[in-house]
Design a protein around this ligand. Structure first.
Ligand SMILES: Cc1cc2nc3c(=O)[nH]c(=O)nc-3n(C[C@H](O)[C@H](O)[C@H](O)COP(=O)(O)OP(=O)(O)OC[C@H]3O[C@@H](n4cnc5c(N)ncnc54)[C@H](O)[C@@H]3O)c2cc1C
Ligand SMILES: NC(=O)c1ccc[n+]([C@@H]2O[C@H](COP(=O)([O-])OP(=O)(O)OC[C@H]3O[C@@H](n4cnc5c(N)ncnc54)[C@H](O)[C@@H]3O)[C@@H](O)[C@H]2O)c1
Length: 493
């Protein structure tokens, strides 16, 4: 790695009253980035590629939550069951199926995907961009000053870095455990353990029916665990269209998961090898392991925000403007999960590109006025069926004051879809703003619909007039023919 601008440490001399202070290694850089998850890595890489002298601080693994405990292992775990389902729907190959998924082979493949929790493979990418990696916990210590500590609890910093241009915060998030009596102690698995476990529990209790809970319930059930999924709200995936959560619940049940919605938990306990969750109605659900997947908490504590006069919001997120600046300061940026706009890798990376461009001097770089962001970001839940959505749901469009209309079609009701397997099911909803003549949202529920999302993202982000969308004819016989129903059913002047 290239040291890029680091000054040699000043050595304390005998009898020097400030000896301890002088032992701190002083250095400087153009930009200091805190956190080497996907957002921080992308920002550091872009800035380094542009010739800036960049320091990237990371206490754990370069690649962050996504590479080792999030997106990548969870997708490695659900891909076999997704493929198995598709093969089972297609005559001619389904006859080849015998036996069940081999959990050890799936777990071995997962280990390959997460590089056995070793980030060596990520380092050349940084080295090629002359980014200096410093292992440790970073915190602000005044304007443009960052201290690096061996760990968050260390008494004094090992290094103090002065940034000439900017500091970019990308410290991500960690699991949030709700204050339910006994839950924190009983919880053996958060996403960290649920994505890296080496054995399949006999009975797994999952609390939380958002994307993490739903995906991992499917994954572990497909590997042989008897899974109970407890969601406090009346449906799974509460941020999506109502029907999406219902269709995912039906899909999970078909895969053997005991899905309970409206299941509010009162307490939890662990007794040796067994866990128990008591619901508010008194029912006790017991298991061999307990996964808590009830949302995320931003890593904003211990970041030294007060040293520069800014504060996190009441949930701990570090708010930004559309240029990703914190508190209107031109030198301080927050990207990725930390700012709470959208807890999604691709959105964090987009923010990182915008913030990097700002730092590089592109004065107009900012998220776009109509850019899908926050709850309208493009998003996919990788269950069976999958839920791929962008922009508004019908409800959120109406809440936003749009006199929106929904056009619902069967996701498997076209020739292209029939080859993926008859009876794959699922509903696609297009949400249109008839007054503006544009698509403001789309939700695809069905087998393998993830790859269909980007066309909708382009239509929504580009506010492509519906008249023009009519001219974008999907090829026959592909599953994108679902777009023809929008052309056929939408109102015309
Ligand atoms: C099980 C699971 C599945 C997911 N699946 C998907 C998916 O399919 N698609 C998707 O888009 N998103 C998915 N996500 C969300 C995605 O993982 C996050 O949105 C993404 O990792 C956020 O990136 P980030 O760089 O902001 O933060 P993180 O990935 O959290 O990285 C932040 C980094 O900062 C470091 N750090 C923390 N404090 C400090 C400090 N003080 N100084 C220096 N460094 C620090 C951390 O060690 C960490 O490495 C999933 C998440 C989970 C948990
Ligand atoms: N495929 C993907 O893109 C993907 C996958 C996983 C995670 N993520 C990201 O990570 C974020 C966090 O995911 P998540 O699933 O942890 O959070 P979430 O906030 O989306 O869902 C958490 C769920 O837990 C429920 N819950 C909370 N407290 C409860 C309690 N005491 N009892 C029962 N249920 C309770 C909530 O009602 C909610 O439905 C997501 O919002 C998403 O942005 C994305």
């Amino acid at each position: 790695m290239v040291a890029g601008g680091a000054a040699p440490p000043r050595r304390p001399r005998a009898g020097d009253p400030d000896a301890e202070e002088l032992a701190v290694h002083e250095s400087d850089a153009d930009v200091v980035v805190l956190g080497a998850g996907p957002a921080g890595e992308v920002a550091a890489g872009r800035l380094g590629e542009a010739g800036l002298d960049v320091v990237l601080i990371e206490p754990r693994l370069v690649g962050g939550e996504c590479s080792y405990y999030g997106c990548m292992p969870s997708k490695a775990l659900v891909r076999p069951v997704e493929l198995l389902d598709e093969v089972a729907r297609v005559p001619g190959v389904r006859e080849l199926l015998s036996g069940t998924i081999d959990p050890q082979v799936v777990l071995d493949r997962r280990d390959e995907v997460i590089h056995e929790l070793d980030d060596d493979a990520q380092l050349p990418w940084l080295e090629e961009r002359d980014v200096r990696l410093v292992r440790g916990h970073g915190r602000l210590a005044g304007e443009l000053v960052v201290e690096v500590l061996e760990d968050a609890d260390a008494e004094r910093p090992a290094e103090r870095i002065t940034a000439r241009r900017a500091v970019l915060l990308a410290t991500g998030s960690r699991p949030a455990i709700p204050p339910v009596p006994g839950l924190a102690d009983a919880c053996g698995w958060t996403n960290r353990e649920a994505t890296t476990a080496e054995t399949v529990p006999g009975q797994l209790v999952v609390v939380g029916g958002g994307p993490i809970g739903a995906e991992l319930a499917l994954a572990w059930s497909s590997l042989g665990a008897e899974v109970t999924l407890l969601e406090g709200s009346p449906r799974l995936l509460v941020k999506e269209e109502q029907y999406a959560g219902e269709q995912v619940a039906a899909g999970l049940r078909a895969h053997g998961v005991d899905v309970r919605v409206g299941a509010r938990i009162a307490s939890a306990s662990r007794d040796g090898e067994r866990v128990a969750v008591t619901l508010e109605d008194g029912e006790v659900i017991a298991g061999d392991e307990l996964l808590v997947a009830t949302g995320r908490h931003p890593n904003s504590d211990g970041l030294g925000l007060d040293s520069v006069g800014v504060a996190a919001d009441e949930h701990g997120f570090v708010a930004t403007d559309d240029a990703l600046r914190v508190g209107g300061r031109d030198w301080l940026y927050a990207v990725g999960d930390l700012n709470g706009r959208a807890l999604l890798t691709h959105q964090g990376k987009r923010q990182a590109r915008v913030a990097a461009d700002r730092i590089l001097g592109y004065a107009t770089a900012a998220l776009g006025e109509h850019e899908p962001d926050g709850l309208t970001s493009p998003r996919v839940t990788f269950t069976e069926p999958q839920v791929a959505a962008v922009g508004h749901t019908l409800a959120s469009a109406r809440e936003a004051g749009i006199d929106a209309r929904a056009i619902d079609v069967a996701s498997d009701g076209n020739a292209g879809a029939s080859f993926v397997g008859k009876g794959a099911g699922g509903t696609t909803r297009f949400v249109i703003d008839p007054a503006a003549g544009v698509l403001v949202g789309a939700t695809f529920v069905g087998a393998g619909v993830a790859e269909q999302l980007h066309a909708a993202t382009i239509a929504v982000a580009g506010r492509v007039p519906l008249d023009v969308l009519d001219q974008a004819v999907p090829a026959f016989p592909t599953r994108n023919e679902v777009w023809l129903r929008l052309a056929e059913k939408r109102p015309r002047d």
